[in-house]
Design a protein around this ligand. Structure first.
Ligand SMILES: [Zn+2]
Length: 227
């Protein structure tokens, strides 16, 4: 595969490596189970939704030791869960209401470049609008973060606080709140992947009900027309 190799490949070689990697992967799967793809093509029944960072070093399946079909995935820069992001909301709605996943994992990672960029005062272009969500998290926790002088420690603490806030954002959605009214087997978790060790740190902020959301965010069961 291309990843991890130290040999500099040409444009064509790096592209062809992907295709040959695919053939190799297919052959390996068929070797251990000739019906592997036949079974996989019948449908998916994942119990987990992973919302993580787009960073190439934190792939949901590899990190959790799961196989294709076991994790529904949404990834974006710096693991942001914004209630105005139609992409994220559509994935969440489908995962929760159609696939009936039992676990929603919000997964950040130490050393996140998006979080680090949000800690600077530089302009990066369009992405600044996205990173503003991270700056908002900083503002909420500035009393703690302002006191951290070591840059790496500050980035990593903001990574943790961002996951906590984004998990909270998910819980505030009507998608999650309505699901909690219907069933008691849906949990929202906050995780950090430590790329230096590969290990996951459970932040122990798991939510399974709306009682601690804060009054202003609680919604009733019935939707009413707005006049
Ligand atoms: Zn990242």
């Amino acid at each position: 595969m291309v990843a991890g190799t130290t040999i500099k490949l040409t444009q064509k070689e790096s592209y062809n490596a992907l295709l040959s990697g695919n053939r190799q992967w297919v052959a390996e799967q068929l070797k251990s189970d000739p019906d592997y793809f036949k079974k996989l093509s019948k449908g998916q029944n994942p119990e987990v939704l992973w919302i993580g960072c787009s960073d190439s070093r934190v792939p949901a399946n590899q990190v959790t030791g799961t196989k294709p079909g076991e994790v529904f995935v949404h990834r974006n820069i710096a693991t942001v869960c914004s209630h105005s992001d139609m992409n994220m909301l559509s994935v969440l709605d489908y995962a929760v209401n159609a696939l009936k996943v039992k676990h929603v994992i919000v997964a950040g990672h130490y050393g996140c470049g998006g979080v680090a960029a949000a800690l600077t005062h530089k302009q990066f272009g369009l992405i600044d609008n996205w990173l503003r969500h991270i700056k908002d998290v900083y503002r909420l926790h500035s009393h703690e973060l302002d006191r951290i002088t070591d840059e790496e420690t500050k980035i990593n603490r903001l990574v943790e606080l961002n996951v906590i806030e984004q998990s909270y954002n998910l819980c505030k959605t009507t998608i999650i709140q309505n699901a909690w009214k219907e069933r008691d087997d849906l949990e929202v978790h906050g995780w950090i992947v430590d790329i230096k060790t590969g290990l996951v740190k459970d932040l122990k902020v798991t939510s399974s009900g709306s009682k601690n959301l804060g009054y202003v965010y609680e919604v009733n069961s019935e939707a009413v027309a707005v006049h």
